[in-house]
Design a protein around this ligand. Structure first.
Ligand code: PAF
Length: 284
């Protein structure tokens, strides 16, 4: 059995109001669909944390800086609803673009600081689009708890910042990245990889993992990252957009892992962009 789909904001609001009047708490898992095991782990966690669970599905045009990426983004709503069926999701909220951005829509939520650099430097407007839609989804669902995956690590920082700055009464929870057995981080974009590219793709996690170990052992980024970049290109990636060590708590750039950090990367395989990140324990 698949989950009940709600498309109108007024229906969503009346359902959530009924729950809240009954004293129930609400968790939300925002998604753009094409659900994989990473999304489903967020859903399972959300199910345990609140009385009611809403999953949202909206392929947000405002966060795509590349029209081809938006056009090619996988859309699998029926399959998604079936996958959510057995997981105790109360509502799949799947608004259309005019519900989210009606005629005359003129507001952008823009987060400075943590949105700069990394993906922000290479995808102009992306985090404004994410911040705007996430703000709307949090307000629309009235959720007490919202869950996001660690794969989009910079996005997490942007969302935490906007929630604090705009006094949105929601607790942000995170789940670790879910990986294929060979290490590849699950992503809806993996569906676009050819068999050949899929074989290359696992090198990203392996090179990040090996580099993270060297950084934890006390080596500086200048000793580790140029070789890691070269190894990524040798493995078959067309280009390395960024490969950087940043502090886990505020994303400041680091030369060595003297605090808990993240090694973050974005790479291209033909026209498919993959991102990933690994925690780096502080070197002693
Ligand atoms: O991570 C995603 O899937 C999207 O960026 C999000 C948070 C659902 C906003 O569209």
């Amino acid at each position: 059995m698949s989950v009940a789909i709600v498309r109108s904001l007024s229906t969503l609001r009346s359902v959530v109001t009924r729950w809240k009047r009954a004293g129930e708490t609400v968790a939300v898992v925002p998604t753009m669909g094409a659900l994989h095991a990473g999304h489903l782990s967020l859903v399972r966690t959300g199910r345990k944390l609140a009385d009611r669970l809403v999953v949202t599905l909206f392929v947000n045009p405002k966060q795509f800086n590349n029209p081809d990426d938006l056009a090619n983004y996988p859309r699998t709503e029926n399959d998604d609803a079936v996958k959510l069926g057995p997981l105790g999701v109360d509502v799949l909220y799947a608004p259309d673009a005019t519900t989210m951005y009606p005629e005359g829509f003129a507001t952008t939520v823009s987060v400075t600081g943590v949105s700069e650099g990394l993906c922000g430097a290479h995808r102009p407007g992306h985090f404004d689009g994410v911040a705007t839609v996430v703000t709307k989804l949090l307000m629309q669902t009235g959720a007490d708890i919202a869950l996001f995956g660690e794969k989009d690590f910079q996005q997490l920082h942007v969302i935490r910042r906007l929630v604090r700055d705009l006094d949105i009464p929601v607790e942000i929870r995170t789940c670790p990245t879910v990986r294929e057995p060979d290490g590849l981080a699950l992503s809806s974009r993996n569906a676009r990889l050819t068999d050949e590219q899929r074989k290359t793709a696992n090198a990203l996690a392996q090179i990040l993992y090996a580099s993270a170990n060297r950084l934890t052992a006390g080596e500086e980024t200048s000793a580790v990252l140029p070789g890691a970049r070269a190894a990524l290109l040798k493995a078959g990636f067309a280009s390395v957009e960024y490969l950087e060590l940043r502090a886990e708590n505020d994303l400041r750039p680091l030369e060595r892992a003297d605090v808990l950090s993240r090694l973050l990367a974005a790479v291209w395989l033909n026209d498919v962009r993959l991102i990933d990140n690994m925690p780096v324990q502080p070197s002693t």
